[in-house]
Design a protein around this ligand. Structure first.
Ligand code: F6R
Length: 369
């Protein structure tokens, strides 16, 4: 049932290209427009929205963090992302023109469900992004956009995460299209890139052998740090979360620009630092900023593991270990850059002899607050 893989997690990682394609299926017109007929909110409802809140937990929260960058950039609607467990305890400002998007693989996460109920009491519109048909969160929401990732068995979320990103991109583009913020050809250009991600991801998955070798080297590290900027920041957080939950190692993700405000003092001779480098195209400034952060940690003895776009040859000089990913527009890059981090965590856990699919103390569906 693991389809020839040692773990469900590896099988689910390998299924990601298909999961993305399935999540896009039927939601794009031939002209490259977004068609979300299943979302039971009228175009008028969506035009009236003046604020978006995304609430979720864990990995799904990281998807929400990426979504904030995309939704604000494309729609120009203010968008906040918040941990579901914090959301309702701080009396958030919500009304009829607020769209609250919950993101949940299981659709049963109690923290997210309680946040959703709170949002409904305040009359906000609630839209669920969910992977489990008929689960509680979509049932209680005004609208739902299902991710078509298929069942996720491993406790650590992988394919659900990538399909959540895809669903968020679709919602962002749909809102931008309906509200006339993006021209049809601009939406179509992003859609075309989205449609090419499954193929790019297949290429990436085919050359992950050296990540396995790297995992054997890192299995005894006392801490692993992850840094990124912009959408690379939530990717860094996600890489660290995967390593903590699977390998029981200390790991922490930082916004690269925050290093000098404290965390850089953690760096010692040989400390592994995984650096998520933005694409040099489009936002070259961001990429250059991360490269200077890499130089800073290296100067203090860090061992750098650099995730960068193919063709960004200059980063080689700063990488003790370089992992390249296919080129993608900046906002879509987490669909690529997350994958080596999933494999790294999985392989480190395996090298430490741990139960990859069923880490200690964790449950697939967290139905208590
Ligand atoms: C991490 C992981 C958890 C879940 C979180 C939310 O790999 O699986 O952090 O992402 O418990 O679960 P859902 O998405 O089911 O609400």
């Amino acid at each position: 049932e693991k389809g020839g893989y040692d773990y469900f997690m590896l099988k689910e990682i390998a299924e990601q290209p298909q999961a993305i394609a399935d999540t896009l299926l039927g939601r794009l017109s031939e002209r490259g427009e977004i068609v979300l007929d299943e979302v039971r909110l009228t175009d008028q409802d969506l035009r009236d929205i003046d604020k978006v809140f995304i609430v979720a937990c864990g990995t799904s929260y990281h998807a929400g963090m990426v979504a904030k960058y995309a939704i604000e950039h494309w729609t120009r609607i203010p968008c906040e992302v918040e941990l579901a467990s914090e959301f309702r305890y701080r009396d958030p400002i919500l009304d009829r023109s607020t769209l609250v998007i919950t993101i949940s693989q299981s659709g049963e996460t109690m923290d997210t469900l309680m946040a959703l109920r709170h949002a409904k009491e305040q009359k906000a519109r609630v839209l669920a992004i969910c992977n489990t048909n008929g689960s509680t969160i979509p049932r209680e929401s005004d609208a739902v956009l299902y991710t078509h990732g298929g069942p996720e068995i491993a406790v650590a979320s992988t394919k659900a995460f990538l399909t959540q990103l895809v669903a968020c991109y679709l919602i962002g583009l749909h809102l931008a299209q309906i509200r006339g913020v993006m021209y049809a050809d601009e939406v179509a250009a992003v859609v075309e890139k989205l449609q090419s991600t499954p193929d790019s991801l297949r290429l990436l998955l085919d050359r992950m052998e050296d990540v396995r070798a790297l995992a054997r080297d890192l299995k005894t590290a006392s801490t692993v740090l992850f840094i990124g900027r912009h959408v690379g920041y939530p990717v860094a957080l996600e890489g660290a979360l995967k390593l903590k939950e699977l390998a029981y190692m200390h790991a922490e993700g930082f916004a690269a620009g925050e290093l000098k405000h404290g965390p850089i003092s953690l760096i010692d001779e040989g400390t592994p630092v995984v650096c998520v480098v933005p694409s040099p195209a489009g936002r070259g400034v961001l990429r250059d900023k991360v490269v200077s952060n890499i130089q800073e940690v290296r100067a203090r003895g860090a061992r750098t593991i650099v995730i960068a776009e193919e063709g960004d040859e200059n980063v080689k000089a700063y990488a003790d270990h370089l992992i390249t990913v296919p080129s993608t527009p900046t906002l879509l890059a987490p669909l690529m850059t997350t994958v080596p981090l999933q494999i790294l965590a999985c392989e480190i856990a395996a090298a430490r002899g741990l139960d990859v699919d069923q880490p200690r103390n964790l449950a697939k569906s967290v139905t208590v607050e």
